[in-house]
Design a protein around this ligand. Structure first.
Ligand SMILES: NC(=O)c1ccc[n+]([C@@H]2O[C@H](COP(=O)([O-])OP(=O)(O)OC[C@H]3O[C@@H](n4cnc5c(N)ncnc54)[C@H](OP(=O)(O)O)[C@@H]3O)[C@@H](O)[C@H]2O)c1
Length: 324
């Protein structure tokens, strides 16, 4: 099979296209013929040795896929050969085939296409877990989304709107904000042109957001937290800007507010039964059209390095997909 290989740590330009033996389904595993692989920010970090997951070299990056089951290992009863599935795989996805644990697969409802399935679960389930579970969001509350046109950002805009929240999108350009508005954001802040705190005050009549969805970190987190409403929840999702910010602990005290960490990987592993229920509900929303991921660019397998470069350079809007 053809696959994208990381043979040395560094930028996406160091990745190579290689021909490797097809994977074999070991006990408990299935082999998926990959029709589409979603691109996620951790894929950019893993190849640079900047993520908590540090595989041995060489390895195939790519954290989620959709395709047909080609083979099943000993002991696997579901899914079956020929089923259309999506799966989270952490690594191995940027390839024509990947072996994954059977329990990480979800059989696709009819009508759900491979590209949409491949970009869906990591971003949308993270957001679902974050808003419904970690933040206990209630209809009518105000949600501020930072990096709102990115993969998890736009998912937060869409799911926030679907949950009945008032969504404020914050991003770095008018073009990105126009996409957020088209997906349900009711107020917009361009933090490349307007001071973030001034924008939040304008968009919330000075009240501040009840919930902040923060996948960006860096210089945005503290000003956002300083603007949060009484009893607010600031959701620590990621650090796409690169810097992990610190926060003076008097700030949560003064606002009666909470700083809430989010780990989709931890949720999947430690609360697997709850994860499966949430995932099934989300897949039903995808199948019914209630949620529709925006795929802004599609790449052939050999162009995977360019996809990761586009993401690292903030050019991605919504989701990017690789089609081997
Ligand atoms: N905690 C979890 O379980 C979990 C799950 C999934 C993802 N994440 C994290 O969430 C973050 C976003 O992931 P994603 O897949 O949505 O990525 P993405 O599509 O690239 O979105 C990231 C957004 O961050 C903003 N950004 C600001 N500074 C940036 C910089 N220097 N480089 C790149 N982007 C920058 C960009 O928006 P503007 O240009 O508008 O600022 C961009 O749209 C990552 O840190 C990822 O690890 C965490």
């Amino acid at each position: 099979m053809r696959a994208i290989l990381c043979t040395e740590w560094g930028g996406p330009e160091k990745l190579t296209l290689a021909t490797l033996p097809d994977p074999v389904a070991m006990p408990g595993q299935v082999v998926i013929g990959v029709r589409a692989a979603g691109v996620n920010f951790p894929d950019v970090l893993i190849v640079q040795y900047k993520y908590q997951l540090r595989p041995d070299l060489p390895f195939i990056p790519g954290s989620e896929v959709a395709g047909e089951v080609l083979a099943v290992g000993e002991g696997v009863t579901t899914p079956r050969v020929g089923d259309r599935v999506l799966a989270a795989c952490r690594i191995g996805g940027f390839a024509e085939q990947v072996a994954v644990p059977a329990e990480s697969c979800h059989v696709l409802p009819g009508g759900v296409g491979y590209p949409e399935a491949a970009v869906f679960m990591l971003a949308y389930c993270t957001v679902w877990h974050t808003l419904t579970d970690r933040a206990a969001a209630k209809p009518g509350e105000t949600l501020l989304v930072l990096g709102a046109a990115g993969g998890v950002g736009l998912a937060a805009v869409q799911i926030g709107k679907a949950l009945g929240l008032r969504v404020i999108a914050a991003a770095s350009s008018p073009g990105k904000l126009a996409v957020c508005a088209a997906h349900g954001a009711g107020a917009l802040i361009d933090y490349s042109a307007e001071d973030l705190r001034a924008g939040i005050a304008r968009a919330t009549d000075g009240q501040g957001p009840d919930i902040i969805f923060d996948p960006v970190g860096g210089a945005l987190s503290e000003p956002a937290f300083r603007s949060i409403a009484w009893r607010g929840r600031h959701l620590v999702v990621g650090f796409a800007e690169g810097a992990i910010p610190s926060l003076p602990l008097n700030l949560p005290l003064l606002k009666g507010a909470a700083l809430v960490g989010v780990s989709w990987g931890g949720y999947l592993k430690r609360e697997h039964a709850a994860y499966r229920i949430a995932a099934a509900e989300l897949l039903a929303w995808l199948a019914s059209g209630r949620l529709k991921p925006l795929i802004s660019a599609r790449y052939a397998l050999q162009d995977t390095p360019r996809a990761l470069q586009d993401m690292a350079a903030r050019r991605a809007i919504g989701k990017l997909v690789i089609e081997p």
